[in-house]
Design a protein around this ligand. Structure first.
Ligand code: TPP
Ligand code: MG
Length: 218
C-alpha cells in the first residue's frame, strides 16, 4: 500500500482519505515556489466521505492551489455500496458548494478522462485553482483476493465488464485506423512488463524484520 517513487513523483498510503491533504501540500509548495507543476489526488468515493475531502477542497479553493482531485467512484467502499454511505450520488455537488468546478466523466473511457484532465491542468497552471474530476467507474474483482463478494450480484459485474476501458480504447483506436498488429504489440509489451515485475517481486527476498520501523514516525 505504501508505494513511493521520487523519480516519477508518485506516492500513496494505506490511509484512506490521506491523498487529499497530501496533494494539497504539494500544490501549495508548487505555488509558493512559483513552479508550474500540478498536484493530483486520487481517491475512491468512500475516501471522499472523509473530512479531509472537504477541508482540502475548501483550502485549495480559497488559496487557488494547482490541484486536481480525482474521485474514482466505483460504487463500493470495500463491501459498502455507495448508496448506504453517501447522501448524494454526485461528488460535484459537494465541490460546487466550495466554488470548485467539476467534470463528471465516464471513468471507463480513457479519452473522456484525458480531455477533462487536460482542461483541469490548464486551469491549475493558469492560476485558476483546483478542479474536481468525478470518474464513474467499476471494480471488476473483489476488494481483495479471496473476497467472497456476497454484497453484489454476478450479473452486475458482467454488465460493467461490457464497458471494459481497455477493450473500448482498443475498439476506438481500430476505428481510427490503428492496425491490429500495433495494438497486439502494445498488449504484448504491457504483458511482458507485468510478468517481469511479478518475477522480480517473487524472486526478491523478504525484508529484514529489523527494518520494519525504518523511516516510520514514532
Ligand atoms: C482511515 C482508514 N479507514 C479505513 C481503512 C480501511 N479501508 C481500506 S480500503 C477501504 C475502502 C475504501 O473505499 P473507496 O474509497 O471507495 O476506495 P476503493 O477501494 O473503492 O478504490 C477501507 C474502509 C483505511 N485503510 N484507512
Ligand atoms: Mg470505491
Amino acid at each position: 500500500m505504501h508505494l513511493f517513487d521520487k523519480e516519477v513523483r508518485f506516492s500513496c498510503s494505506g490511509i484512506v482519505g490521506a491523498s487529499f491533504p497530501q496533494a494539497a501540500g504539494a500544490a501549495f509548495a508548487f505555488k509558493y515556489r512559483g513552479e508550474d507543476n500540478v498536484a493530483v489526488a486520487f481517491a475512491g468515493e468512500g475516501a471522499a466521505n472523509h473530512g479531509t475531502f472537504y477541508e482540502t477542497l475548501n483550502a485549495a479553493s480559497l488559496w487557488e492551489l494547482p490541484l486536481i482531485v480525482v474521485v474514482e467512484d466505483n460504487m463500493y467502499a470495500d463491501s459498502t455500496p455507495k448508496n448506504m454511505a453517501l447522501a448524494t450520488p454526485h461528488h460535484f455537488q459537494r465541490a460546487m458548494s466550495l466554488n470548485v468546478p467539476s467534470y463528471l466523466v465516464d471513468g471507463m473511457d480513457v479519452i473522456d478522462v484525458y480531455l477533462a484532465t487536460r482542461k483541469a491542468v490548464q486551469r491549475a497552471r493558469s492560476g485558476g485553482g483546483p478542479s474536481l474530476i468525478e470518474a464513474v467507474t467499476y471494480r471488476f474483482r473483489g476488494h481483495f483476493e479471496g473476497d467472497g463478494q456476497e454484497y453484489r450480484e454476478r450479473d452486475e459485474v458482467e454488465v460493467w465488464r461490457l464497458m471494459d476501458p481497455i477493450t473500448r480504447l482498443g475498439n476506438r483506436l481500430t476505428k481510427l485506423g490503428v492496425e491490429k498488429e500495433r495494438l497486439e504489440e502494445r498488449r504484448r509489451r504491457a504483458r511482458e512488463k507485468v510478468d517481469e515485475a511479478l518475477k522480480f517481486a517473487e524472486e526478491s527476498p523478504y525484508p529484514e524484520p529489523s527494518t520494519a520501523l525504518t523511516g516510520v514516525f514514532r
